[in-house]
Design a protein around this ligand. Sequence first.
Ligand code: D5M
Ligand code: FE
Ligand code: ZN
Length: 549
Amino acid sequence: MITKNKKEVINSFLKEGFLISPDLFLDIPENFNFNEFVKITNTKISSKDKPIILNKDLFFVINKSENKLDINWIEFEKSKALLEKGKNGKIYETFLDILGYGVFEDKKNKLNRLLDEIKEPEEIDFSEIKIDPNVLVLESYNKKPSGKKVKDFVSYFRSRYEYIRKILQNRLELDNIMSINRIINKKDRDKVSLIGLVMSKDFTKNGNILLKVEDLSGSIDILINKNKEELFEIGKNIVLDEVIGINGLVGNKIVFVNNIIFPDIQINKEMKKCLEEVYVAFISDLHVGSNMFLSEEFSRFIKWIRGEYGNFKQRKIASKVSYLFILGDLVDGVGIYPDQESELSIKDVINQYRECARLLNEIPKHIKIIICPGNHDALRISEPQPILDEKYASTFYDLKNITLVSNPSLVNIHSSENFSGFDILLYHGYSFDYYVSVVDSIRNSGGYDRADLIMKFLLQKRHLAPSHSSTLYIADPEEDPLIIKKVPDFFATGHVHKASVSNYKNVTMICGSCWQSKTSFQEKVGHNPEPARVPVINLKTREIKIMKF
Ligand code: D5M
Ligand code: FE
Ligand code: ZN
């Protein structure tokens, strides 16, 4: 096509009865031989019943196919129009399959390309969308922390023990639970069940796992034999300070384990869905103020959510997003890590929040934004972290579509008179670092790249940071606010700077990605962030897409 100008190209195709689509026009190969193409076309498509519009897919099929292409071209063109209107892509796909497209190109590639290439100029009318979003904050921590007295820690662990014991007591496997002081006085070889908090974990010189667990009456040694392979693997996942159930045999004041029971969540419900097609999006770790903040990518995201970016289908989704969750690290903060100053483009935390709020202000106001803080935000680092501080983030208090909640917190969205809504457990994820480093089964399966494994692990423990040293926390003597009390519909996190989406017993586990490129620290520790990804969920179907910006 080197010598022909645009008009000539279009005219030559017109002469042959084809209108060429803009996508094909832009993409015609340099060495394209028009006469050859006409010859091939005539051998494959009968001249009396021809397609009118020649798009990239058809062009591709005509060039590659060895067979006669004999389908109902009118229906084919209708199906393409349906796809372009964002109504139905299935029929078009089927036609392409019949034409043998799938033989030449991987189906997944094809679909991605189709999505990328539909460029509909049509504007989306936001006023058409009638969704009544609703946000209810079920749990957001707002107590003033009391002093860190030893007796507070004792009460804190006692309240954790009591709560998780109640969950475990209902398990059929634990039918005859005994207190540890009674077990110690039992004669040898008796069968026992107990519920204990793990005080220590070691390996014996023979390679067995030795735990010391305690309840309110005392403590006892627990041995998991390395020859019971399955049990031993489960035992390796036990961490300090978690509360577990044990079945075993007593012998010489040691319990030899036959079964380990975690408080785990139970699968007892269907995946909840609502009637309207409404979407929720999850982002995390903006790190505004960092000189590695990805402003271009973030502004593409903002444009998308405003309905101004992406293909027709993608913009259509944007028009139906009613909820946006932000999972912490909104700003990079100041003095968070050594020598941070040299990596900041905004050196004052108030200005960082001001800039962040300016960006979020561009999001249409019908979208409800729910924000919890993270370890870079200007707050105490001990969890629960309260809502963003008005002293630093006053600009956030002026935006009416924003709901600020603590980290962690529990939020219900989209409830109405006839629908109970979806529960979302929010947690930034500061404790994840610890579990990536101490739990073999997570570290050896990809570590930071497997937020799904960390989240599943925590759901099984019913706790966001079971081990004392896995995060800094407020030792609330009345309750342990990091226990996962209610089983949520969504468990949403961030912190690891890589998006992931998965399902565990009908809980959708989501990790937002980040909007900061790889920091020098992450480079040093071999961390692989994957920025600018946004998990978006259709609440009518629970279908999930991860969008790239
Ligand atoms: O954390 C972003 C990511 O960087 C998080 O996944 C872990 C990694 N990171 C950050 N700090 C540490 C330390 N101290 N040890 C190991 N890994 C770390 P962010 O909270 O955004 O800084
Ligand atoms: Fe972060
Ligand atoms: Zn973080």
